[in-house]
Design a protein around this ligand. Structure first.
Ligand code: SF4
Ligand code: SF4
Length: 218
């Protein structure tokens, strides 16, 4: 008898949830891919190689990203810049840059390791391919053009919301050296295709004041 009672109790919960879902009250699914969800600011999507506003490539071919990658999926080869017509502001630039997306675990350590903010991540995750070769992203696919547009391997892919290539992740902001007092009020982020125009991080006093006033930190 007790068992039947428990069963009915359980079914009541299931039935109630089903009715509320059908009525739309608890609907959590969306009509993907027609309806895309807004990604969290710190979402780790496919990578992009950035340029400076003057068009120079940010990558200096140092290979730190490749060294930091736990999946060993980055291959970089640096080359000396032509002094007459340099590709990057450093001595060298990233001549070959490849990421094997089949291996990537989207941890973002490459982004953390990069000293020039050359490699960052966008919000795009629709990157499935039909061949293994297509999953190897080359510099051609990763590097933004001089106008700041990020290329996509399959621009006609119906599933890919290409606007998401323009939204970079925001988690770097929290790890930028703005904690050092000398950088207080200084914007630490160079313009990228993403939401690059962040205001400078507030000082500790400002944070404390906002917290005291119940305002959101920002
Ligand atoms: S996100 Fe992580 S796994 Fe992917 S390339 Fe960067 S460091 Fe490697
Ligand atoms: S992306 Fe950054 S860390 Fe990687 S090689 Fe280029 S400059 Fe170095």
């Amino acid at each position: 008898m007790g068992l039947i009672k428990e069963l009915i109790k359980g079914l009541r919960v299931t039935g109630g949830t089903m009715v509320r879902t059908i009525a739309g009250d608890e609907l959590v699914t969306t009509e993907y891919p027609h309806e895309m969800r807004v990604k969290p600011q710190r979402f780790h999507g496919r990578h992009v190689l950035n340029r400076y506003p003057d068009g120079m490539e940010k990558c200096i071919g140092c290979q730190l990203c490749a060294g930091a990658c736990p999946a060993q999926c980055i291959y970089v080869r640096g080359m000396d810049n032509d002094p007459e017509s340099p590709t990057s502001p450093g001595e060298r630039f990233g001549y070959v840059y490849e990421i094997n997306m089949l291996r990537c675990i989207f941890c973002g350590l490459c982004v953390e390791a990069c000293p020039t903010e050359a490699i960052t991540m966008t919000s795009l995750f629709e990157i499935s391919t039909t061949t293994r070769e297509d999953a190897i992203y080359t510099k051609e696919t990763l590097l933004m053009d001089r106008r700041g547009n990020v290329p996509h391997m399959f621009p006609d892919d119906e599933l890919a919301d290409l606007d998401e290539l323009d939204t970079a992740d925001g988690w770097l902001r929290a790890t930028a050296p703005s904690g050092v007092a000398a950088y207080e009020g200084v914007q630490m982020w160079q313009g990228t295709p993403g939401p690059a125009d962040w205001s400078p991080e507030p000082s500790q006093e400002e944070r404390d004041r906002r917290a005291g006033d119940g305002e959101e930190d920002g």
